[in-house]
Design a protein around this ligand. Structure first.
Ligand code: ATP
Ligand code: MG
Length: 430
């Protein structure tokens, strides 16, 4: 036998037993973003490598270690997108959608990062995200946080996720703080682990979210970002917190929350859960007021977040908030005879036209009634329609109830649509 080819490590198939769950979660998301008036944007999966280097930052985990980068046949350096924000900004700039305008956008799709695969962490994963351009006040930060909170509510898991908030201040304030932090860390170099030492050189703020307790101990006396915030950022953050409180959104200010990407400023936030083990962040975002300009556009404030779809689905499964996928078929059409094929196919097409939304599967491949009824049962259908040569000659159809103890009936062809609809409506499956 020929050797089977396997999927790439960390890149998963979404099999039929899973895809119904995904479709359901995606549908809830679509409804929620629509209820805030957001519009969808779809961008290519591949972009110039420079786009991510310039936006995410050269010395971040993503750009240093995680990107799928390759040279295409023209010699151009391309990268499979590791996240969605840079592409949205690139597309918005290119189409002239951003400067002096307001845009409320959302996207959903696969992202790629070469990480060590584990539960909740994959090499191809999916994000849903929103990006808002042209609004600089805390009110829009509140809106995107409210939207994410509404999603948890729709999924029935508001009590399983916690909102963490912080402000990174202006880019200048952050730079000033970085210097102070490095000066402090340099005095304690002997107690820092290798990872923190590396971060101290390349991206010092990232030392703050070290998981090492010893490093955390040293950080208790480190200069606090809060003390370096510029007045405007302080005011922005105070108003954000005030409005969230007024709206009943609970949050925890986490002064160590810095996010791994370079482009954030002012508000940053994460929704975290204890129900997923190590991969506890399901949604993360913040403001990135400098990015549009950094990518060649005219200065435009922006805020957004991204949600990990795999972690969302895992969470829904873990908390048993997602039911099994409903059977894909309502009605199974059994075809018993050599002469009735055309009649049966026409009947099926007519029913599909009469009852849009009806899920009807036609039997293919022949076989006796017993075999066909077995398939009908396996399909999960509530009803079987049976057509043989006699039915075809008399323009009739036999209807059999697969889940109820009711006698089968013979119907005139023109009555079938009504009876099917009435039965399925009574079952609440249509
Ligand atoms: P982490 O700290 O878990 O690596 P991150 O800071 O790299 O996350 P972001 O770039 O902010 O993550 O992406 C937003 C969200 O996308 C994350 O909160 C998470 O839910 C999801 N996500 C990120 N990387 C992966 C991955 N490799 N596999 C699955 N989901 C992921
Ligand atoms: Mg990461």
């Amino acid at each position: 036998m020929a050797k089977q080819i396997q999927a790439i490590r960390g890149m998963n198939d979404c099999l039929p037993e899973q895809s119904g769950k995904w479709q359901w979660a995606e549908q809830v998301i679509r409804e929620v973003v629509a209820s805030y008036g957001y519009e969808e944007i779809r961008t290519p999966i591949v972009e110039s490598t420079d786009l991510f280097k310039r936006s995410i930052g050269e010395v971040t985990d993503i750009v240093e270690k995680e990107m799928y980068t390759f040279e295409d046949r023209n010699g151009d350096m391309l990268t499979l997108r590791p996240e969605g924000t840079a592409s949205c900004v690139r597309a918005g700039n290119q189409a002239g959608l951003l400067y002096n305008q307001q845009q409320r956008l959302w996207y959903m799709g696969p992202m790629f990062r070469h990480e060590r695969p584990q539960k909740g962490r994959y090499r191809q994963f999916h994000q849903f995200g929103v990006e808002v351009f042209g609004l600089d006040g805390p009110d829009i930060d509140v809106e995107v946080i409210l939207m994410s909170a509404r999603l948890w509510q729709r999924f029935g898991m508001s009590d399983k996720v916690t909102l963490e908030l912080n402000s990174l201040g202006s880019n200048e304030a952050r730079a000033e703080y970085r210097d102070a932090l490095v000066a402090y860390l340099e005095q304690h170099q002997d107690k820092l682990d290798e990872d923190s030492l590396r971060r101290m050189q390349s991206n010092p703020l990232r030392v703050l979210d070290s998981k090492n307790p010893e490093v955390q101990q040293i950080l208790t006396d480190a200069p606090a970002l809060e003390d370096y915030l510029d007045d405007e950022s302080k005011e922005h953050f105070a108003r954000l917190c005030e409005q969230l409180t007024a709206l009943g959104i609970e949050y925890r200010v986490n002064p160590r929350l810095v996010r791994g990407l370079d482009y954030y400023n002012r508000t940053v936030f994460e929704w975290v859960t204890e129900s997923l083990g190590a991969q506890g962040t399901v949604c993360a975002g913040g403001r990135y007021d400098g990015l549009v300009e950094q990518l060649g556009g005219k200065a435009t404030p922006a805020v957004g977040f991204a949600m990990g779809m795999e972690r969302l689905i895992l969470l829904l499964e873990t908390l048993e908030l997602i039911s099994d996928v409903p059977a894909p078929v309502d009605v199974y059409l059994s075809i018993m005879g050599s002469q009735c094929q055309g009649y049966a196919m026409q009947l099926a097409e007519w029913l599909r036209s009469e009852l849009p939304g009806l899920r009807l599967q036609s039997h293919c491949g022949g076989g006796n009634l017993k075999k066909q009824m077995k398939r009908a049962d396996k399909s999960g259908a509530r009803l079987a329609l049976i057509v043989g040569d006699d039915e075809a000659n008399q323009q009739q159809v036999t209807l059999k109830y697969l889940r109820d103890n009711k006698p089968q009936q013979t119907l005139a062809r023109e009555d079938v649509a009504d009876v099917v609809m009435q039965t399925l409506i009574a079952d609440k499956t249509y």
